[in-house]
Design a binder for this molecule. Sequence first.
Ligand SMILES: *Cc1c(COP(=O)(O)O)cnc(C)c1O
Length: 533
Amino acid sequence: MTEQRQPSYDPLDTALAGGADGPSALGPLVDVALDALRLGAHRRGGPLPAGTPAEVARAVAAATGGALLPDRGTGARTALASLATELAAGTADPADPHCAGHLHCPPLAVAVAAEVAAAALNPSLDSWDQGPSATELEPLVIATLAGLVGYPTDGSGGVITTGGTESNLMGLLLARDAAVLATTGSTAATVGLGAVGSRLRYFCSEVAHFSVRRNAALLGLGEEAVVPVPVDRAYRMNPAALADRLAATVRAGGVPAAVVATAGTTDFGSVDPLPEIAEITARHRTWLHVDAAYGGGALFSDRLAGLLHGLSGADSVALDLHKLGWQPVAAGVFLTADAAALAPLSRRVAYLNPADDEAAGYPSLLGHSLRTTRRVDAFKLAVTFRALGRHGLGALVDACHDLARHAAARIAASPYLELAAEPVLTTVVFRYRAGARGDRVNAALRRRLLADGSAVVGRTEVGDAVWLKLTLLNPHATSADVDALLDLVIRAGAAEQQAAAEQQTGTRRPGAAAPNAVAPRARTSDTPEEASR
Ligand SMILES: *Cc1c(COP(=O)(O)O)cnc(C)c1O
């Protein structure tokens, strides 16, 4: 019988990560994972896998052995080795200097090691008795970040979130409920929005993050409740226009629920004029939420912190340490100047935070979060803060800022490239000059770099035109790396331009490769390690 030929394997022997024996079981498996990371990176040989999405899909399917949930498992080592190798071989690695498409940072090794410890212990923050030390640690991390923002440590509050999207949702939610309370005297968390719901409005600049609009939809106001405010030539909210729109909204019977200012827009890194905006929102007694998901990292840098002057005037702030903070996802932060503002989220739950436990001195973070079961993402932040200090993190921010300035200077000096704006933080928006074919050529050259596995470059639109973007978050990248990346863009642009010209004159079939296409990076899958398996 086939059953007897299988090695004897009792699923109940599957090791646990915790307990006194946990580390001994975990160590060898972590070694398997690390070996797989080495092998996968070698096989990839660059910032992302060369090839089409269909090729990646086939490789991923193959690594599952055709059955992701077989009747009988393969055992831990085999499953981990094959899938981790494939994940690494097929990943876009932000630690590669030519992976510069998104606010997708290369995590620090120390933060990832901290993550392993946190995952092994698996504390949960919804009740004290699922993580006593974790429950004490998160408020320290929040208080530290509140201090960095300029909030009084006493009375301010907040919570670690999954990212800027969730932090913005929290800001808009608390602002909405505060506006309902102020306008109608009723508690939205209990009775809903009522008639005032259709009058509530949010205000943000026209280049604010898309999550503001989607969050307005999730919160029952609808995307049309978001009033876009024009920006100046440097993509910063125009405060006079904000004042006009607030006044017009009130005249028309609307209720301003929040102004969302952005400190570090995703494309240009532009920072809205926070002191002026805070003055206007104070006059209108309207909640000011600052989306500093990207720009918040500037607070670590003596050189750049001044950009965020006025941030402490916000009622709430979103930060993202998985951007300029070099944390593995997720490391979002929501802060509020007044911890009492979190009240709409607070609940008494018999099995989590009974009143007599709380009276006896057992704290609960349940009411700070939208979530129930919750990872201690604060832990990797605490370890990173202790390890690097503010100056250490600031030096990493400055290194990326230097790279962006170098890239901008190179682009401005190149006859082939055009710079959209001087960088503020660590992004650089630019395009390959291709005249009337600019949109097609820039879009296609980016896909060409993806297909040959040589670079991940961002794409955005300015007006209706297609532009490219470098998002420089790798503090170990050098200016020579940036030069080489721009050279790749120029070569790919030239190849696409020629392909477009030939297609137009009918010299070549559409879709055929351009003669001087960038040579695909050699794939190095037949490695000695792999051959020996
Ligand atoms: C990245 C970003 C967000 C969204 O944050 P996530 O962590 O991706 O949820 C929101 N606002 C701005 C300005 C961002 O750059």
